[in-house]
Write a new protein. Structure first.
Lengths: 131, 445
């Protein structure tokens, strides 16, 4: 079994979302640990449209596997710049490339302080190994 | 029956010994003694003969539709059901089958449901259908759940045409009581254009009936456009029997087609069991409630059927599911599947034409009677509205003495329609019966 990845340039939540901050754009997705635990994903539905504003904790997507359905929440507030609609036809991309092509939404953020409370790659890896 | 083998007394004793108790009563020790085996004071058990006689006496307090000339519909229709429907249903494999959780031992049930779903899609012009609901009222209520989900819970107005069966509208209101919603539209008249004028950007869905409760059939295309322009869903409640003759709701712009399939293979049965159907456009299929059967291939590449899109259901989605329904009316859906397949496209067309022509013949004869006016301003299928010289109650009393069950009293649901009767004529009504009806109506003073 391939080792799970924890890219060091990202921040992570206890509910297995990751955030990449580039300037004032935040990209959000779910971690390698999450896609591995969920198993083959069969469907993804994004529950926000471009232009919508989301607050910390708002649901941004719902992901389905054969026997489970999970909601994904944004760890940071912002305005939706882009959503990865291609995933609607190929949810398995999240399994294959959770940090790259498997991104979910991009937000324009003004207040990045919410990220300070999130885990670094090292902390998140330790957290995952203790589960 | 060969698969049901009850335990023997020896096996029971062995199992009790294996878990370390002497009697079955020992297993209830956790229940406080004063409540453990309460006296139920039940009457002595009866023999099969006695039970049979008692049930027969109860049944004999009801009349049977076949003993009357029946001219009433109003949501439950008297049609001919070929005997092969009952023969198929009574087979043990179908009669006692449970939910097909194990596809490897349930291909018969699963394929039957898949065929039922496919035929309902063909009739309604929809691309996907579920495995059926409790009844027509339920399937309408479930369409509201879909509309709320599709509009992300941001729209709260649901418009129901007054032309939808009054009981269905009442069930929808019961379903959604306590929720912050505005279910409206049916306090006005039932014209389609009036309904269209009420649509705005707070509307999640608009529902109409086809035919409507008064038997009328109208082109729904214009209303569909108005509904879609406002970003709402267009729901049509349709009688499947009528769909054998009239344009499908799908071809006129419906997003969801629901209704009661009792009219295609299920007997009147004193009100049930009936069977609701639910058809929808492919893009919304992941939002619908109920079971869905899909077609796939097994590990050897052979075609097989399974329950599919299961994560929609409440046991997985929990509070985010559209609804808590996760079952179907398996046996009645099978009856519909057998009926539709044995009638076929041509047979269905023939039956629908018989209904149409007999109803129009009756309407024409009744309209000629002094004191009677038939509403004929719109196209109708097998039901029409009549106003007579006396109250509906009085007219029906005159009819019943001649062995005729007259129409439905519309005044009880529509205050402006006192003394208006809804008459239904199906292929079960012979010409002689219709002529007798006309004659007795004519003699009512």
């Amino acid at each position: 079994m391939a080792r799970l990845k924890y890219p060091s340039d990202l921040k992570y939540t206890k509910s297995d979302e990751w955030v990449r901050l580039e300037g004032d754009t935040a990209t959000i997705g779910i971690s390698d640990y999450a896609q591995d635990a969920l198993n083959d994903l069969t469907y993804l539905e994004l529950s926000v449209d471009v232009g919508a504003h989301v607050d910390v904790g708002d649901a941004i997507a719902e992901v389905e596997s054969v026997k489970a359905s999970s909601s994904i929440y944004t760890p940071i507030a912002g305005d939706v710049l882009a959503i990865n609609s291609a995933l609607k036809k190929s949810a398995e991309t999240i399994n294959a490339d959770p940090y790259g092509e498997g991104w979910l939404v991009k937000l324009k953020v003004s207040d990045t302080s919410a990220l300070d409370a999130l885990m670094t790659a090292d902390d998140y890896e330790k957290f995952c190994q203790s589960r | 029956m060969g698969h049901y083998i009850p335990h023997t007394e020896i096996e029971r004793q062995q199992m009790l010994a294996a878990i370390g108790v002497t009697t079955i009563e020992d297993l209830f020790e956790a229940v406080p003694a004063s409540h453990r085996f309460p006296k139920l004071n039940l009457p002595k058990p009866m023999s099969e003969l006695e039970v049979s006689q008692e049930m027969q006496a109860l049944a004999d307090t009801n009349e049977h539709a076949q003993d009357f000339a029946l001219f009433r519909g109003a949501g439950a229709y008297h049609h001919f059901i070929p005997s092969i429907v009952n023969h198929t249903l009574l087979r043990g494999e179908f009669l006692t089958a449970y939910t097909p959780y194990q596809p490897e031992v349930s291909q018969g049930t699963l394929q039957a449901v898949y065929e039922y779903q496919s035929m309902m899609c063909a009739l309604t012009g929809m691309q996907a259908a579920n495995a059926s609901h409790y009844d027509g009222a339920t399937s309408l209520a479930e369409s509201v759940a879909v509309a709320l989900q599709v509009t992300y819970g941001k729209r709260h107005k649901v418009l129901l045409s007054q032309g939808i069966n009054p009981q269905y509208r009442e069930v929808v209101r019961t379903y959604y009581q306590g929720r912050d919603m505005d279910i409206t539209g049916d306090d006005k008249g039932y014209s389609l254009s009036e309904l269209g004028a009420m649509v705005d950007n707070t509307t999640a869905m608009v529902a109409v009936s086809y035919p409507n409760f008064f038997g009328q059939v109208e082109d729904l295309s214009a209303l569909a456009k108005v509904v879609h322009a406002a970003g709402a869903l267009f729901v049509v409640v349709a009688n499947p029997m009528a769909l054998a003759l009239f344009k499908s709701p799908g071809s006129m712009g419906a997003d969801i087609v629901v209704g009661e399939a009792q009219s295609v293979g299920v007997p009147l049965g004193f009100g049930g069991p009936y069977v609701g159907y639910f058809g929808i456009k492919q893009e919304y299929v992941r939002k619908i409630a109920g079971r869905i059967v899909g077609e796939t291939v097994d590990s050897d590449g052979r075609r097989a059927y399974v329950m599919t899109l299961r994560p929609r259901e409440q046991d997985i989605k929990r509070e985010k599911a559209s609804s808590n329904i996760c079952t179907n009316q398996g046996l009645m859906a099978l009856a519909v599947a057998v009926y539709l397949s044995v009638m076929g496209k041509h047979g269905m067309r023939q039956v629908a034409e018989l209904n149409y022509h007999k109803a129009h013949y009756a309407a024409e004869q009744i309209n000629k009677l002094p004191g009677y006016t038939v509403q004929r301003d719109k196209v109708f299928f097998n039901e029409f509205v009549v106003k007579g010289p006396k109250s509906v109650k009085d007219i029906n009393e005159s009819l019943i003495t001649e062995g005729i069950i007259g129409g439905y009293n519309l005044g009880q649901d529509y205050p402006t329609m006192a003394d208006h009767m809804l008459l239904c004529v199906t292929e079960m009504n012979s010409r002689e019966e219709i002529d007798t009806l006309v004659s007795v109506l004519g003699s009512v003073k």
